[in-house]
Design a protein around this ligand. Structure first.
Ligand code: PLP
Length: 437
């Protein structure tokens, strides 16, 4: 049953509790350590802490580091962790074993693969991306344009689209690479990964996907789509912890020829020969750079134990139930504040988050007449409902299906409604901006 398309259905808190009781994923909540009284709707930014993580990280610190010392590079398998954990991420993105490796940050991993991709299309001088990309992707691509274009007498050209519908206007035989984010960080709008990849290949270009808001949020089938490269982060839906490493996927057919931007010793074929010249390792391991951040890797290792037990189809079903429930409650209970659901209402086009904005252009006491999204978000965070805000006007709510319940959604909308009805968001303390929003 689709909640969003069933206006005749009266939803109350008891309905939500019944949905929780029938939820096949409900048991996963116990595997996370969330503070009492918090409804956490920001797992699309920083995932929650798995219960097993502190003990595992402590074991790595005390036993592998403290006792094993340098021996742990061999005895605890430290050197191979980025590849071994890559193999555990592979099933979450439709990749084969041997196609995924951990990187450093998502930004640096995008640099690694985008340079490699452009080098596989010599003579083509255009990179296509999207205006609505997370900004680091565009910043990184500027560096790629400069580096990859250097041999050909000037930076590569950049063409930006606003939507996948615009692709045909920009694709031509001069396009080397298209870099797009599968699920948009602001709106949650999701591209048709297979169709976009097919159109990019028809133009003879290569496809690089940013999966930051997809992995652990929606099923992804890179192999089925025949894509070329992908990168993503592990600190959002995968719950690897703040600053946990990125991952890099390179389709097997490109691995032998691909030349990454950064040619470090951990990507060398024989790093412990300490030879003078770089020789790439076989396969995706050549995309490694230097010593991995093993304490962050340990955090990810613990969270991947949780993911090993997750049925991705059930995850998607629950994610859609949660976002549909949220949208339908916003529609029915918040309508008088002129709230716009910015995320696609069509489920197939939506990831696991919903963005809202307030309409109306009138002002009262120097603040918007309807409501100010930033202040409203601060006010609900003060009441334990944690989402976030993206300038200029979006309130983002992420629904991580492993630990968000239907009753959480009910409670979140109830708090939103109360903050709006009582206008507590107008208190000056909620207008103060921190460095991170
Ligand atoms: C779509 C997308 N790409 C890239 C990044 C940035 O990645 P990092 O800071 O890990 O380099 C983010 C961060 O939220 C993101 O949402």
């Amino acid at each position: 049953m689709s909640l969003a398309t069933s206006p005749q259905l009266t939803i109350d808190r008891a309905t939500c509790a019944a949905l929780d009781a029938a939820d096949p994923l409900a048991g996963f909540r116990e595997r996370f350590d969330l503070p009492a009284g918090v409804v956490y709707l920001d797992g699309n930014s920083l995932g929650a802490l798995p219960r097993a993580t502190p003990a595992h990280v402590e074991l790595v610190i005390r036993e592998e580091w403290g006792t094993g010392l340098i021996r742990s590079w061999n005895d605890a398998g430290w050197f191979d962790k980025p590849r071994a954990l890559g193999d555990r991420i592979a099933p979450l993105i439709g990749a084969a074993q041997g196609e995924v490796v951990l990187g450093d940050s998502t930004s640096s991993s995008l640099f690694q693969v985008a340079v490699a991709a452009t080098r596989l299309r010599p003579g083509r001088r255009v990179i296509v991306s999207e205006r609505g990309s997370f900004p680091t992707d565009l910043y990184i691509l500027e560096g790629v344009q400069e580096l990859a274009g250097a041999d050909a007498g000037g930076p590569l050209e950049r063409r930006l689209i606003d939507d996948e519908a615009d692709l045909d206007d920009v694709l031509g035989d001069d396009v080397a690479v298209v870099v797009l984010t599968h699920v948009n960080y602001r709106t949650g709008r999701m591209y048709d990964l297979a169709d976009v990849t097919r159109r990019v290949h028809e133009a003879g270009a290569l496809m690089v996907w940013d999966l930051c808001h997809s992995v652990g949020a929606v099923p992804v089938d890179l192999a089925g789509a025949g894509a070329d490269f992908a990168i993503g982060c592990t600190y959002k839906y995968l719950n690897g912890g703040p600053g946990s490493p990125s991952f890099i996927w390179v389709a097997e057919r490109h691995q032998a020829e691909a030349r990454p931007a950064l040619t470090g010793w951990h990507g060398h074929a024989r790093p412990f020969d300490f030879g003078l010249d770089y020789a790439p390792a076989d396969g995706v391991a050549r995309f490694r750079v230097g010593t991995p951040q093993l304490l962050s890797v340990a955090g990810l290792e613990a969270s991947l134990d949780v993911w090993a037990d997750v049925d991705l189809e059930a995850l998607r079903e629950k994610s859609l139930r949660l976002t549909e429930l949220f949208i339908s409650l916003v529609d029915t209970r918040l309508a008088r504040w002129d709230v716009e659901v910015v995320s696609p209402r069509q489920s197939a086009r939506r990831g696991s988050q919903v963005a809202l904005r307030f309409g109306g252009d009138g002002m009262r006491d120097g603040l918007p007449e309807t409501a100010d999204g930033y202040a409203v978000m601060q006010a609900i965070i003060g009441r334990g409902v944690i989402g976030d805000f993206r300038a200029p006007d979006l309130m983002r709510f992420g629904f991580a299906p492993l630990y968000v319940s239907h009753t959480d959604v009910w409670d979140a909308v109830a708090v939103l409604e109360d903050v709006l009805a009582t206008e507590t968001w107008r208190e000056p303390r909620f207008a103060r901006r921190g460095a991170v929003t």
